[in-house]
Design a protein around this ligand. Structure first.
Ligand code: HEC
Ligand code: HEC
Length: 154
């Protein structure tokens, strides 16, 4: 009899456990615990439509906001590979190719290494161009921004 009661009780505990787990699932849609990112709530099991591609306006160049800012890229960079094996950007912007491609030469700072030595080729710390240069896009800031251009560039 005692054994039977214990079995009955543990079955009860198991059952409430299952109920509680179900409750947790219902109050936590999509498994995100109600957490929202800046882009809103995206539940894990629903596929939301992809954002539209950003437009990269070519007809104007955005000006700098601070001194020594890496200039924004005024053209699309889709499919431009920058990897261990290839650097598409340098096909146009290296000192060797810039003239022929009618592109801006990378400046001499891109040849200087950490020890301030000027190298004969792009410095490894300037190899991954997109670390610093991003395409200019007509994207709205995700959060409010009160940044103001430095005086000398206004
Ligand atoms: C097919 C040649 C070509 C390739 C490849 C290319 N660019 Fe350019 N880039 C240009 C030209 C030409 C300009 C001059 C502005 C214009 O006409 O769009 C330019 C302008 C720029 C500028 C602005 C320079 C300034 O003085 O303001 C930056 C920054 C830049 N490119 C970065 C990149 C990066 C980073 C990549 C690789 C992801 C890249 N470019 C790949 C041709 C190229
Ligand atoms: C560590 C950040 C950084 C990386 C990486 C970097 N740049 Fe720059 N780039 C800058 C800054 C800062 C400037 C503006 C000041 C200067 O000329 O050094 C600049 C300037 C430029 C300019 C304009 C030069 C001029 O005379 O107006 C071009 C073009 C450019 N970069 C292309 C590239 C390309 C192509 C790569 C990759 C091979 C690259 N950059 C990698 C920071 C970077």
């Amino acid at each position: 009899m005692k054994k039977f009661i214990i079995a009955l009780m543990s079955a009860g505990v198991l059952f409430t456990g299952v109920l509680q787990a179900e409750d947790a699932v219902n109050s936590n849609p999509g498994g995100i615990g109600g957490v929202e990112s800046l882009r809103g709530a995206s539940e894990l099991e629903t596929t939301r439509p992809a954002d539209d591609f950003k437009r990269y306006p070519k007809d104007h160049t955005l000006e700098s906001d601070y001194v020594y800012q890496p200039p924004l890229v005024p053209h699309s960079i889709r499919n431009y590979e920058v990897s261990l094996n290839a650097n598409k950007c340098l096909a146009c912007h290296s000192w060797k190719n810039a003239k022929e491609m009618n592109a801006t030469k990378i400046s001499v700072t891109h040849y200087v290494n950490r020890e301030d030595q000027v190298l004969s080729d792009v410095s490894p710390r300037r190899y991954f161009c997109l670390q610093c240069h991003v395409p200019q896009a007509d994207a709205k800031p995700l959060i409010e921004n009160t940044f103001q251009r430095v005086d000398s560039l206004r």
